[in-house]
Every structure is written in structure tokens, then in C-alpha cells.
Write a protein that binds this ligand. Sequence first.
Ligand code: PMP
Length: 362
Amino acid sequence: MSGAGVPLRPEVRDLDGYHSPQVEVEVRLNTNESPLPPPEEWLAELRDGIGRIEFNRYPDRRAGALRAALADFHGVDASRVFCANGSNEVLQCLLVAYGGASRAAAVFEPTYALHRHIASLTGTRVASGWRGPDHRLDLAEVDRVLAEADPVVTFVCSPNNPTGGAETAATVSHLLGRAPGLVVVDEAYGQFAPWSALELAAAGGSGAERLVVVRTFSKTWSMAACRLGYLVADPEVVAACDTVALPYHLDAMTQLAGCLALRHVGAMEQRVALLTEERGRLAAGLGAMPVESWPSDANFILFRPVRRSARAVWERLLASSVLVRDCSTWPGLDECLRVTVGTPEENDRFLAALAAALEEER
Ligand code: PMP
């Protein structure tokens, strides 16, 4: 017999880990990473900077230089910025600080699975509602969930992963008016969208002190390997996250990588512009095929093959060495697949492979 035989915490027992299959393929369009590397200059500066790190010393526990650089980038005070190992760790800190037994977090499905997952891991009850048929938040449903659950944290993913649409400023303002606790707007794909909830934070309207905007370096900054995310929020929320984060959780190389990235904003914006253009081309390509697809404000598109099995199409794409995300077993996403916007060549490969797969599956 194998296994330690020690019972897990009840909150953890029934959970599956969150994993996207990592298969060796030529065209990897399954995890919404940037298909483009960061600039050469950034890499040269990083190599140089790493040579000057005192590796025998712990890193700056507060990541002061990085917070200051991010504060400068967003035009806010550094006391409003908290950084961690990827935005997932930011979300975990928020839930360790504010969630837990006898507290609820609200999510609106279909949405980013980690909001529910991290809430469950931290023993926070998950109160869920459904998005409307267009996958945007349905305000009547939002009000129902908020009234029933009294959530300490309400998650809004905008643009929403995996459906792609951004919520409007009016919707986020509505949430700030109704939600009793923090409104956490996960903007992992924020730079691809036409507006940001940071604008509401800057305007400082009603409820703005409960607004938390979470961002990541994994997508638009082309730095998924670094693991760096952050939030912009009221200093009280930042202090709460600082209290629960492990000492020295953010290593010196990651802090440096983030500081240096912020010197290359123009290059990031160019990558975003290219990918946004490619998103349009992908959407047009999908529009000409027998698939239903949803408008996207992010770097991916959700689609559903018409009268074909999503799993069979996914497998045929894989046989062509094109990997997309199979979302067909996720709540509310029957027969759906999600494709990340790649380089022009990768997108051509995907469109050709999809056309062939749909033909074969007819
Ligand atoms: N939020 C959303 C909506 C995401 O899609 C992702 C990545 N899949 C993350 C957060 C986590 O990003 P990271 O931990 O790499 O910063």
C-alpha cells in the first residue's frame, strides 16, 4: 500500500489541481501566454542586473523599487501597490486576508477557475451566479448573489477568461455600489481591453476604496516565466496582503525583471497592438467557418464548433501539432474551445488546421 494515509483538510480533499496539459507541440495556443519574447534590451539589462544581485542576502522584503516603479507607471501612490509571485499569489493573499471560514466569495460563471479554486483552498465559501447568454455580467443575477451571500470578496474577471469580453465601467460601478466587500477586478488581460477599472479607482467615486485591480506580467509583458503579478488598491488592502504574504516571497531576480520591464512600455504596447490586430484576423477567420465564436477584448477567443464534438476537434488540432484549450467540461461551456492569439504564422497554422478538422468531423 502506498500513501501516508493522513486525511487531508476537508476543503482540499475534493479539489483537483488546476492544470493545463503541457504537451510538446509546434503551435502552443492553450495558456494565453504572449507568443512574443520580451525585448532584447530588457534581457541584456536583466543579465547585467543579475550580476549585481547580492545572492547571499535576502531580497528587499517590500519590493520597494518595484512598487515605486509600478506606482509611477499607474500614477498612484506606492502605498496602493502590492506585488507577488504571479497574480495567482496576489489572489491567494487577498483570500487568506479576507476569506476563510464563515465568509463567502462571489464568482460569476463561466469565469477564471482559480477564483473558485483559491477561495476553496482558503476555506472560503463560494457563492456563484451565472453570466448572461452573451457571457457578460447579468446585473439582476449579480444583485441576487450579493443579497443572498453577503460576500466579503466579489470577483469580476475583465476581460473574462475564458469568454473574452470586458465588463463596462457602468457594470463595475454597479458592483461597487451593491457589493458589501471588496470588488476584485482581475485584469490579467487588461491592456487588450478598451478601458480599465483603474480609471474608476483614479476617479475615486462611491465605493472606490473597496475596488481592487489585479494585473500580471504573464501576458502583455511576455514574462510568464518570471511569475510576477500585482494589485492596485486602498493602502489598507495592501497592508492586509503584506501581513499574510510569506517573508521574502518575491525573489530579487523577479523584482529586478519587473522594474526593468517597466522601462520598455513602448515595446509592450507594440506587442499588444500586433496581437490585437491578429485577434481581428483570427475572429474573421473563425467567422467564416462553421463555429460559433464570441467577441474578445483579450488575447484569446472562445469558440464552439457547430454540430461537431469539441473534443474530437481538439484531438484533430493536436494531431496537426496545434494545442488549444478544451473548455468543454467547464461550467456553462459545453462544446467550447479557446484559442490564444499567436504570431501571424501560428494563427495561420491554427486556422488551416481548424478548417481541416471541421471538414473531417463533418
Ligand atoms: N487571472 C486570470 C484571469 C488569468 O487568466 C490568469 C492566467 N491564466 C491569471 C490570473 C494568473 O496569472 P499569473 O499567476 O501568471 O499572473
